[in-house]
Design a protein around this ligand. Sequence first.
Ligand SMILES: *[C@@H]1O[C@H](CO)[C@@H](O)[C@H](O)[C@H]1NC(C)=O
Ligand SMILES: *[C@@H]1O[C@H](CO)[C@@H](O)[C@H](O)[C@H]1NC(C)=O
Ligand SMILES: *[C@@H]1O[C@H](CO)[C@@H](O)[C@H](O)[C@H]1NC(C)=O
Ligand SMILES: *[C@@H]1O[C@H](CO)[C@@H](O)[C@H](O)[C@H]1NC(C)=O
Ligand SMILES: *[C@@H]1O[C@H](CO)[C@@H](O)[C@H](O)[C@H]1NC(C)=O
Ligand SMILES: *[C@@H]1O[C@H](CO)[C@@H](O)[C@H](O)[C@H]1NC(C)=O
Ligand SMILES: *[C@@H]1O[C@H](CO)[C@@H](O)[C@H](O)[C@H]1NC(C)=O
Ligand SMILES: *[C@@H]1O[C@H](CO)[C@@H](O)[C@H](O)[C@H]1NC(C)=O
Ligand SMILES: CC(=O)N[C@H]1CO[C@H](CO)[C@@H](O)[C@@H]1O
Length: 833
Amino acid sequence: MRSTGGIAMCVSVLLTMAGSQTQYSDFHLAGDYLLGGLFSLHIETKSSPHLSYSAVPTCQAYTLKKASYSHLRAMRFAVEQINNSSTLLPGVSLGYEMVDVCYLTNFIHPILYFLANKHSVVQLHNNYTHYQPRVLAVIGPDSSQAVVIAAQVLSLFLVPQISYTATTNELSDRKRFPTAFQTISSMEQQIVAMQLLLKEFRWNWINILYSDDDYGRQNLKLLRARATEICVALQEVIPVPQSSQMLSLELQGKIKSVVRKVIHSTAKVVIVLSLELILPFFFQEAVRQNVTDLVWIATEAWATEPALYNITDLWRLGTILGVAVKEFSIPGLDDFRVSLAEGANEQASDQTTCNQECDQCLRAARDAEHSMRAQGERTDFRVYSSVYIVAHALHRLLGCNTTGCHKRMVYPWQLVPEVKRVNFSLLNERINFRERGTIPNSFEIIQWKWDQPNNPFQKIASYSRNKKLLFNIQNISWHTPNNTVPISVCSQQCEYGQRRKPVTVSSCCFECIDCEEGTFLNNNDLYNCQPCPADQWSNARSQKCYPKLLKYLEWQEGIAVVLLLFSVLGLVATVVISVIFAIHLHTPVVKSAGGRMCFLMLASLIIGFINVPVYMGIPTEFKCMCRQIVYTLCFTVCISCLTVRSFQIISIFKMAARLPKAYSYWMKYNGQYIFITVILALKVTIVVTNVIIHPSIPVPLVLEDDPSTVELQCNKSFKLSLLMNNSLDTFLSILCFYFSYIGKELPKNYNEAKYITLCMTCYAVSEIAIFLAMSVYRGMLVTICDVIGVVINLLGISIGYFGPKCYLIFFHPERNTAAYFQSVIQSYTMRQD
Ligand SMILES: *[C@@H]1O[C@H](CO)[C@@H](O)[C@H](O)[C@H]1NC(C)=O
Ligand SMILES: *[C@@H]1O[C@H](CO)[C@@H](O)[C@H](O)[C@H]1NC(C)=O
Ligand SMILES: *[C@@H]1O[C@H](CO)[C@@H](O)[C@H](O)[C@H]1NC(C)=O
Ligand SMILES: *[C@@H]1O[C@H](CO)[C@@H](O)[C@H](O)[C@H]1NC(C)=O
Ligand SMILES: *[C@@H]1O[C@H](CO)[C@@H](O)[C@H](O)[C@H]1NC(C)=O
Ligand SMILES: *[C@@H]1O[C@H](CO)[C@@H](O)[C@H](O)[C@H]1NC(C)=O
Ligand SMILES: *[C@@H]1O[C@H](CO)[C@@H](O)[C@H](O)[C@H]1NC(C)=O
Ligand SMILES: *[C@@H]1O[C@H](CO)[C@@H](O)[C@H](O)[C@H]1NC(C)=O
Ligand SMILES: CC(=O)N[C@H]1CO[C@H](CO)[C@@H](O)[C@@H]1O
């Protein structure tokens, strides 16, 4: 309450000081309800201070701004249209008071004027509930800075204030400014639209210039806070001159240095966050310093400023894009703007009134009529809709129907809730203050076109606030040679499969480094290469991993084919040998070779050959099991037969004579079969134990020297099983070797030493080779060695042992007779004696 009284007193004092005896402003229309309008028909950055007298600044001394005159006419047009309309406010006439605030220099005085009563007095009260100020609502002023200060005063009196160009976010604070409304989207939306524009063309390396005032600083703060994905190459402040007419030498120097920095910056996009008033100097300097080939992005404040467009040779600067207020076409406004007004006075009638006069305005508007028509209405529509908002609120407040309204005394505060609630459609645009007192969607993206003076600010994209995107992007003409989109990045995008290595703190500047083999670049993290999963692989510079190449001994591989061929030959040979042996079963050669026991060996060999294909193709559990079991059993059977055979031959000639008893037991109990059975049982135990402890299953094996492939192998625990299997076999073969050695002087046709030595050499060599290969290599080579050993050993026994016997049967049938054998034995016995 105290502060309320304080401000009221201050207001009275100020009014008295201003010495205003004005009854009406120069731009005045009488009506039942008056609206206040604040426009900058003349503009100046700062008023010239003088301390010898106190007076309201004289706006007419400043530069004329035609666009603002157009805004003023738009308000008048709206009011007259509403008056003429028989539906919105039937029987009620709207009036207005409009004042030239000359930008920032003279907006306090007009606000006091609006707040004063009929007698130009702002009374001191504690309670303004029943206070009747001159106007019911205020439209304007234009600059953000002025709007905030005006809102502070008007909120106190609860007078609705609708601003048409001020984008400041401060007004959105409903608690501080309960009566302030904006018919333009907030700065934040403008920054979002700008961000989208940068994103659209992938510009992330940006120069930012901002004016040294509230507008520049607020926008800068917002841009830096929101657009975290862009990096700023250069951030410079554009000084605000004392006067828009001339520039001090000091500021000239500052502007020159800013332009120089822009020239030397590596960024090719410049965002200029500034009000239009201070930019002519800057752009003139930029043209003078031959700045070229840049993309300039304008804020709404200067995006459609004809005075800047008019700067000589400005087109050299490059491409100028901007976030601008949406363009509309208000039917009838173009004619109305340049028509001579009736009723209201365009020129100062009374020199003693506030300095409101604009005798140049109409003529200037007529001079620029052509270009104004071509441009369509942007801010004009915002003014126009502001008036309609008040009219609609009044319509509700007065309870109007199509024929009339309850005309009565209305206090400004009564209008505020109705303004909040308006929801109507104007020229197909829906107007309501759904969000924090601003009209949501009022921006679009434009480009300055130099080849079309009639339509200099052409729309190139629409902006959707809800979807947060730019759409309908078209008709952009770049300054680049082939009309290609200019590039403004700190570092070029990395190529596929390259990670970013930051070189500075800003995320836009980085080196590109290839991802190594076995790693890939995930799109979620552009700075680190991720390792591939264990079963996958990638080349260097990969974006994904591939399943590793599966390798195993394939059927069609050369070595596999050769081995299969040999085993087929071996199989055929073994079968043939079996048949021959069966036919000549009772001949001495076959008997000396072991008789029926030979078929046990031959059967094992056949099974062994049939088993060879399990080493080829994709290893399965079954194949692995066969590899682990079949061959080793077959081989043991063969070698134990051989051992027993050589033992028997020795025993016939040596044991029978010296230990006849033992020999008879051996013969009686079929010693050879017992021996084989025992050995086989031992072997089966070893193999079964092996299978239980280390079941052989296929496992993928990663090799160090070629990580891109994986070899599928049976996980035979080679060393252990080799040791266990081979200890028995080795023992048998040594035994066998020994027997054949001591029997080397036996009769020639009983002498197996040569052949058994051959088989045993095969065995020893192949086992040693396999063992060496296994200790040096892993993977497929081991499988190949394994199967080579298998085939050699089988062939060794099949051809090496049985081959010579067949040779005898076919080519020396004379030696295959009992008589011949007896004669040989006789000659041997005689030699012994
Ligand atoms: C309002 O009506 C008057 C006369 O009826 C006309 O001269 C004027 O142009 C109209 N104004 C508008 C904005 O329609
Ligand atoms: C102001 O006046 C109105 C109406 O006379 C009254 O309802 C309201 O309570 C008053 N406010 C204060 C703070 O006295
Ligand atoms: C700009 O270019 C013109 C000719 O193209 C040249 O005369 C002038 O010196 C240049 N100015 C600067 C500042 O480089
Ligand atoms: C543009 O400049 C020309 C002369 O340089 C001037 O006649 C014209 O009025 C200017 N137009 C605007 C919109 O400032
Ligand atoms: C319109 O309002 C007037 C009073 O302002 C009333 O007399 C009239 O009946 C109303 N008309 C309709 C259609 O409600
Ligand atoms: C405004 O009116 C339109 C149509 O009458 C309706 O669809 C919309 O929901 C209204 N909006 C608000 C905020 O009341
Ligand atoms: C784009 O340019 C073409 C040809 O100049 C024109 O016909 C079209 O209307 C333009 N589109 C927009 C949205 O301005
Ligand atoms: C422009 O395009 C033409 C043909 O498409 C090509 O030969 C030329 O190199 C391009 N110029 C530039 C600067 O890209
Ligand atoms: C309906 C109505 O009141 N119309 C008035 C609007 O204002 C003009 C003056 O500009 C009057 O002539 C109309 O009577």
